[in-house]
Design a protein around this ligand. Structure first.
Ligand code: ZN
Length: 68
């Protein structure tokens, strides 16, 4: 599963658009990221998920202060 998600992230990185954001799935994570290589994501110990920005409001995430 982790490898599968990583492939998705790589795919989005190759053809990124403005509506894709990146989430760390860890329980402590409360932000979303503009890129999947943000320094804020380096502390992520779980899977990184690429999602559409329209879904982050439902998850009550705020924009990362490093990449936004
Ligand atoms: Zn970030």
């Amino acid at each position: 599963m982790k490898k599968f998600l990583f492939m998705i992230v790589l795919g989005f990185f190759g053809c990124s658009n403005n509506s894709t954001v990146y989430l760390c799935n860890g329980p402590q994570s409360k932000v979303y990221h503009r890129t999947n290589h943000c320094q804020g994501l380096k502390r992520c110990t779980t899977d990184i998920e690429a999602v559409d920005i329209s879904t982050v409001a439902e998850k009550h995430r705020r924009a990362c202060r490093y990449c936004y």
